[in-house]
Design a protein around this ligand. Structure first.
Ligand SMILES: C[S@@+](CC[C@H](N)C(=O)[O-])C[C@H]1O[C@@H](n2cnc3c(N)ncnc32)[C@H](O)[C@@H]1O
Length: 334
């Protein structure tokens, strides 16, 4: 093997911002990349990252205090927090958390990676958030990146879940566009994702049976597939369809009051909500990825994550493009 080919096989080096449970990073890892720095201010997410990937360099703290010292970075990836944009939250466009995308671009400008991937809720494209989207586009242009952006549905990329997210790919040298859907005609189903671990609580991590009040379980036992429990506004999943979006935030109580905790959809056949592991399967996380922290923290990490298979489709698309650029350049210089 020549030296050039060996270099071409080296993993691409990634700085990951707002890493959370690491869904985006796992997809990039599967595409042959290595996370050289991960930044998150949530201690429980950092515990998850350190537990599963002790070799990752995890900066636990506010991104505003992170100054990258690393050079030769191929990609910056990350999903700035979205509570202020999200249609699931109260959605104040002036929420201070909405401005963290500026930190993302501060770091991009400092390290000048070959490319970047930014993920966010689709609500960022809504008119009320227009100033933020315009700001992101200006930041991409000012930093010299060609970019493609659109709302992609994870169900079109092998994920058993309808989950629409804004994806931005920016590269300094060329524009690969966005990855082409692979499973739009035949999306994967909830059955394919979770049926094999039904009630096998001893066999998987984070697969603890939830406890519910008897009257709630009785009501949920009568719900049909796809039906929404009017009191808790939660859907029973349909085994033969993709899941509804798994969310990070709390749920709703019987009087419409907001509940803290982990409130995923209701299992397709059991009178209970999904376990964290079932939600993780629906987010296409591998079973050996262990979520740390309280059950609420585990659920938040899973609900916030980019589905691993969507991340992998994006990552492969970007990596293939960069590798082919490198191959062209090495032919030209030969
Ligand atoms: C949408 S989640 C990212 C999920 C992640 N991309 C994944 O695929 O698992 C956003 C993350 O940003 C983190 N975060 C929020 N504010 C932050 C800040 N000021 N500094 C660093 N991290 C922050 C949160 O703790 C959360 O884990």
């Amino acid at each position: 093997m020549t030296e050039e080919l060996a270099a071409a096989n080296e993993p691409l080096r990634i700085i990951s911002l707002f890493t959370g449970a690491g869904g985006l990073d796992l997809g990039f890892e599967a595409a042959g990349c290595h996370t050289i720095a991960a930044v998150d201010n949530d201690p429980e997410s950092c515990r998850t990252l350190r537990h599963n990937r002790p070799d990752w360099n995890v900066f636990e703290g506010d991104v505003r205090e992170y100054s990258p010292v690393l050079r030769d970075v191929d990609l910056v990836i990350g999903g700035p927090p979205c509570q202020g944009f999200s249609s699931a939250g109260k959605g104040d466009p002036n929420d201070p958390r909405n401005f963290l995308w500026k930190e993302y671009f501060r770091i991009v400008k400092a390290v000048r990676p070959r490319g970047l991937v930014l993920e966010n809720v689709s609500a960022l494209t809504h008119r009320k958030n227009g100033d933020h989207l315009t700001g992101i586009i200006s930041a991409l242009e000012e930093a010299g990146y060609h970019f493609a952006m659109d709302v992609l549905n994870a169900a079109d990329y092998g994920v058993p879940q309808n989950r629409r997210r804004l994806i931005v790919i920016g590269l300094r040298d060329g524009n690969p566009g966005l990855p082409v859907p692979t499973t739009a005609d035949r999306p994967r189903t909830v059955r394919e994702a979770i049926e094999d671990i039904d009630n096998k609580f001893d066999e998987s991590w984070n697969h603890v049976p939830p406890k519910h009040a008897e009257h709630v379980a009785e009501r949920w036992a009568k719900l049909k597939a796809g039906e929404v429990d009017p009191n808790y506004r939660r859907a029973r999943l349909d085994y033969d369809k993709p899941s509804v979006t798994i969310r990070a935030g709390g749920g709703y109580g019987p009087r419409g009051d907001h509940l803290a905790g982990f409130h995923p959809p209701i299992h397709p056949t059991r009178p209970r909500q999904l376990t964290v592991r079932e939600a993780a399967r629906i987010q296409s996380f591998p079973d050996d990825w262990i979520l740390k922290g309280s059950k609420t923290a585990q659920g938040r990490q899973i609900g916030n994550a980019v589905p691993v298979l969507l991340a992998e489709a994006i990552a492969k698309h970007v990596v293939d493009f960069l590798r082919s650029r490198d191959a062209d350049a090495s032919v030209r210089s030969a």
